[in-house]
Design a protein around this ligand. Sequence first.
Ligand SMILES: NC(=[NH2+])NCCC[C@H](N)C(=O)O
Length: 292
Amino acid sequence: MSAYGCQEMSAKLERVLMRRPGESLKAADPQKWHYGPTFDGARAVEQYKHFAQLVQAGGAEILWLEDSGDGLADAMFTHDPSLMTEKGAILLRMGKPLRLAETALHEEAYNKAGIPILGRIVAPGTVEGGDCVWVDAKTLAVGRGVRSNQAGIEQLQAILAPLGVSVLGFDLPLWQGEEACLHLMSVISPLASDLALVHAPLLPAAFYMLLRDKGIRMIVAPPEEFAASNGLNLNVLPLSPRKVIMVDGFPATRKAMEEAGCTVETFAADALCIACEGGPTCLTRPILRGAA
Ligand SMILES: NC(=[NH2+])NCCC[C@H](N)C(=O)O
C-alpha cells in the first residue's frame, strides 16, 4: 500500500515514518550532538520502545528506518528531514549540519514505499519539519530561525503553490543560542483542529494573532514545567483529535490538557527526549492522517 497525505496535524494517525534508535545513539558523544546531562543512550533505546508501543497501540502503521550504526544519532527525530502533502513528500534540507545526511534515508524509504516525491529543498535553502505547522490544509506556517531560512521558505512556497497552499514565515527568537534546538513546534503542539498547547512567551506574535483569528483555542502550558522539561512538556503528539502522547513527569501540563477534554498517555523520557531535545512529535513523521 502506498497511502499518503497529511496537511493537518491532529486527524487520526494512520501511517508514520519512525526510526528505532540503536548503535548510533548509544555511541553518540553528547557534546557533539548537544545532548543534555540526563543523556544515557542505552536507557534512551529502552524508553523509545515504550513510545513505539503507544504509537502502535493507537492503530498507526509504522514504516521503520533502522539505526544500523551510521552515526546519525538525531535521525530518530524523523519529523524533521521531510514533510508530507496530499501530492507526495517534500525532501527538506536540514539547518543542523550534522543532520544533512538524514534526508537521503527518507528519500529511500519513500521510494521503497511507492510514495512520490513532490519536491525538494536545495542549498542554500534550509527547512526542518519541526519548523512547519499546518494551521489548516491550505496554510503552512514556518518558523524562520537557526534551522529554517528565508531561501528555504521561498522554495517551499514555490513547491506548494500549485496545491493552493500559502506558506507564511514567522521569525523565531535566538533563545538559547545557535547550538540549541528551537523550532516553531517547540512552542506549539496542535491537539485538535481547533485546539493547541502553547508556550505563549515564545510564540511569534503574528503567529499567535493568526491562530486567534482562525478560532484556534490555545492552552497555555505551565511555564515552570516548560523550564523544567527543557520545553518538552509541550511536545505532545496527537494520535487523533484530543487523544495524545506526552512525556512523563509534568502533571500540571497534563491536567491542563485533560481539562480541555484530552485523553493523555505518557512514557518515561528523561534519557531520550529531555536529553536529546526532541519529544513525541519530533520522533514521528506522519505520512497519512485522517481518511485516505
Ligand atoms: N522536531 C523537533 N523538535 N525535533 C527535535 C530535534 C532534536 C535534535 N536533537 C536536533 O537538535 O535537531
